[in-house]
Design a protein around this ligand. Structure first.
Ligand code: HSE
Length: 285
């Protein structure tokens, strides 16, 4: 039996839709794999009642098939499904790493990224790798169609998760199909700023680079209280605020000394619009 812990992640980071991702210190999924003649899945933990155990419908079933590694797979969910914190990706990433070891497949972590991304396609309809890449490799990741670049970054963050569910599949439907050249130029500038900020461990640059004029405004409409929570976090000292993944979680980059105040401000702002929320004080790592 092999046991693997895979962390929650935040994808997009505003300006890097389907490209940027960051591993979060917490929460995390724990996956145990044991060789078997056919794949079976047991799910426990946060939101497990909403997760199918049929290997055809569960993210880890696709991973076991891609690795030709049938197993009994136990998933202990720490990352709530439909949160915007890479829940399906954490399970897929842990299964990919665990099954690779269990069956001695010898694949590198980078080679496991597209395999784990197959699991994402089961859930969201698209094999985007921006959550599985950081969940497998850690740090800040840039997922391209031909590979992943990763950087060890250490930026303090607050992730605030409201008691609201948004499916990635639905949130992908509101993403505009086209963008103006003006917006593209702005996003390229922001994304480049963010990447440099990660390499320098500079929360001000990372926060500045989270600005996004294309995807985030469309998705913000799906999250009750988004504008107020964003403003509250910025007033409390956040260097940048955006939607985490497909939402509804909202992520704030900051300096460590401001983290607690920002977490309270975000929870209070959600409460003002009658939405219960919890906050994780964490960091990219
Ligand atoms: N890049 C994906 C999206 C992440 O925004 O749809 C989903 O968690």
């Amino acid at each position: 039996m092999v046991t693997v812990r895979a962390p929650a992640t935040s994808a997009n980071l505003g300006s890097g839709y389907d490209v940027f991702g960051a591993a979060l210190g917490r929460p995390a999924d724990v996956v145990r794999v044991e060789k078997a003649d056919r794949t079976t899945i047991d799910v426990t933990g946060v939101g497990s009642q909403y997760i199918p155990e049929d290997p055809e419908k569960n993210t880890v079933g696709a991973v076991a098939e891609a690795l030709e590694a049938p197993a009994h797979i136990e998933i202990d969910k720490g990352v709530r499904p439909a949160s915007g914190l890479g829940s399906s990706a954490a399970s897929a990433a842990a299964a990919a790493v665990g099954l690779n070891e269990l069956y001695g497949r010898g694949l590198t972590r980078e080679e496991l990224v597209p395999i784990a991304a197959e699991g994402e396609a089961v859930v969201s309809g698209a094999a985007h790798a921006d959550n599985v890449a950081p969940s497998i490799m850690g740090g800040f990741t840039i997922a391209r169609h031909d590979g992943v670049t990763s950087v060890d970054a250490s930026i303090p963050l607050v992730t605030c998760l409201p008691e609201v569910v948004i499916s990635t599949r639905d949130a992908r439907k509101v993403v505009p199909e086209t963008a103006s050249m003006t917006d593209v130029v702005e996003v390229v500038g922001n994304a480049s700023t963010l990447a440099v900020g990660m390499a320098r461990d500079d929360p001000a640059l990372v926060g500045r680079g989270m600005e996004d004029a294309i995807v985030t405004p469309a998705r913000a409409e799906l999250i009750t209280g988004y504008a107020a929570v964003r403003t509250a976090a910025l007033e409390a000292g956040a260097t940048g605020v955006t939607i985490s993944g497909a939402g509804p979680a909202i992520i704030a980059a900051c300096r460590e000394s401001d983290r607690r105040t920002i977490a309270s401000a975000m929870i209070d702002a959600f409460a003002e619009v009658d939405v219960e929320a919890r906050a994780y004080q964490t960091r990219i790592g």
